[in-house]
Design a protein around this ligand. Structure first.
Ligand SMILES: Cc1cc2nc3c(=O)[nH]c(=O)nc-3n(C[C@H](O)[C@H](O)[C@H](O)COP(=O)(O)OP(=O)(O)OC[C@H]3O[C@@H](n4cnc5c(N)ncnc54)[C@H](O)[C@@H]3O)c2cc1C
Length: 417
């Protein structure tokens, strides 16, 4: 038996690679190495059900501990990989131990960006990525009264909704002119601003945070460049992530906006693959190279990476999708709206149920659905299969998307882009 596959990272992507390799009949050793001390777990609940006590650690484990023994997956936890030696095909752990590999998968994810301002180190200024951070946030939320969320992206807004539902006074400070602006159309941003405001959250866009001030080492307020100040006994910084590319770069692998991979998810070294939040891949649905941060992307790239390792050459072409839960509103996104040139809506924001259809060069590129799960599911089918949809059909509620998906399958013009 050879050295088998070593996977670095015990997040969604790392876990799924190991699981998929076994599902696909891979018999060689599999070693899953992660710097966190826990068996792989779901991150999405950390800003949702975990914070309100609906979910505990056991319920967010990706698989129970015995799964790894039963599937001969060796877990090496609480160990950071410090270096990759491509010449001898070994990784070196922080402890100095070395582990050989035949195939190596970099599923090293991303880390939260740090706010480069005075006061960011004060007690009570938190960020959220890991279980440890979620536990601290949960404890501190219970006793906090005034919460300032810096960053109006998905995670910041999910935490804002949780805190608001717990009866806290919440302010969201977003640097850009609108919420979630990297991902959604203005109409969706507006809807979310109104939603949060209607619940009592103060939302301030175009806000440049200049300093976090405190006393005796503890946070007290957040200051804006214009002079405004917001009292806070807890600050959550959610200003996006940076991919963990250093290990790859030091090993001489190409890094762009992530670890660069081809359609089989291989880096420039065909024996080293990169997947999930850390990787930038060619995406047929974007018509561009992209780095995505979602459970879907991590899990489905892992399945593709496992296939590549098992010797099948199936290019990665899964349709990207994503969701966020804020209050009792679910936003589901399918496809990639990047570069869209037209949008139409189905339903009205006032009804709390509507979808936005994004078109690029006359073709349906993405759908954002608010409390309309059927639109989302049909949207996934329509976009994935490249089924033609007109602007008029998308906007007309009397046009059944299910029928369109069914009928249109015969006229599909896949592959897109
Ligand atoms: C709070 C929160 C809520 C989210 N909600 C949603 C949601 O609603 N919907 C959705 O689709 N997505 C959501 N996401 C995003 C989604 O969870 C991520 O995109 C996905 O988990 C990425 O998985 P990954 O395995 O690529 O990376 P990660 O989960 O970041 O895992 C990478 C792992 O590698 C480890 N690692 C890094 N470097 C090393 C090293 N050198 N040695 C050893 N180990 C290393 C890290 O410690 C980490 O455990 C959420 C994320 C967060 C944080």
């Amino acid at each position: 038996m050879g050295a088998g596959t070593v996977v670095i990272g015990t997040g969604q992507a790392g876990f799924q690679t190991a699981a998929s390799l076994r599902e696909q009949g891979y018999q060689e050793p599999i070693t899953l190495i992660g710097e966190e001390p826990y068996i792989p777990y779901h991150r999405p609940p950390l800003s949702k059900g975990f914070q309100v006590g609906q979910q505990d650690f056991e319920s967010i484990e990706l698989r129970p501990g015995k799964f790894y023994q039963n599937h001969r997956i060796e877990l090496v936890l609480a160990q950071r990989v410090a270096a990759i030696d491509r010449a001898t095909k070994r990784v070196t752990l922080g402890s100095g131990a070395q582990i050989p590999y035949e195939k190596l998968v970099l599923a090293v994810g991303a880390r939260n960006r740090v706010l480069p301002i005075r006061g960011a180190e004060l007690d009570g200024v938190l960020s959220l990525r890991t279980l440890d951070e979620a536990v601290v946030l949960k404890e501190r939320l219970a006793n906090a009264r005034e919460i300032v969320v810096i960053g109006g992206g998905f995670i910041g807004l999910e935490v804002a909704s949780v805190a608001c539902t717990m009866g806290k006074q919440v302010t969201v400070l977003e640097a850009l002119p609108r919420l979630m602006s990297r991902a959604v159309a203005p109409v969706v941003s507006e809807f979310y601003e109104k939603l949060h405001t209607s619940k009592g959250v103060k939302v301030i866009c175009g806000a440049t945070v200049s300093e976090i001030a405190g006393a005796s080492g503890c946070v007290q307020k957040v200051l804006l460049a214009g002079g405004a100040a917001f009292a806070a006994d807890l600050v959550l910084v959610g200003i996006g992530v940076a991919p963990n590319v250093e290990l790859a770069r030091e090993a001489g692998l190409r890094v762009t906006n992530g670890i660069a991979v081809n359609e089989f998810l291989q880096t420039d070294d065909p024996d080293i693959l990169a997947i999930g939040d850390c990787a930038e891949h060619p995406c047929v649905f974007a018509g561009a190279r992209v780095r995505l941060e979602s459970v879907q992307n991590a899990a489905e790239q892992a399945q593709c990476a496992a296939a590549t390792i098992a010797g099948r050459r199936d290019p990665y072409r899964a349709l990207p999708w994503f969701w966020t839960d804020q209050y009792d509103v679910k936003l589901q996104m399918a496809g990639i709206s990047l570069g869209h040139d037209q949008i139409v809506m189905r339903g009205k924001p006032e009804s709390l149920k509507f979808s936005v259809f994004y078109f690029r060069a006359g073709r349906l590129a993405a759908i954002d659905s608010i409390n309309r799960p059927v639109d989302h599911m049909m949207g996934r089918r329509l976009i994935a299969a490249g089924i033609p949809v007109s602007l008029e059909e998308a906007a007309d509620e009397s046009v059944d998307l299910k029928l369109l998906a069914h009928r249109g399958a015969q006229h599909a013009v896949h592959p897109p882009a």
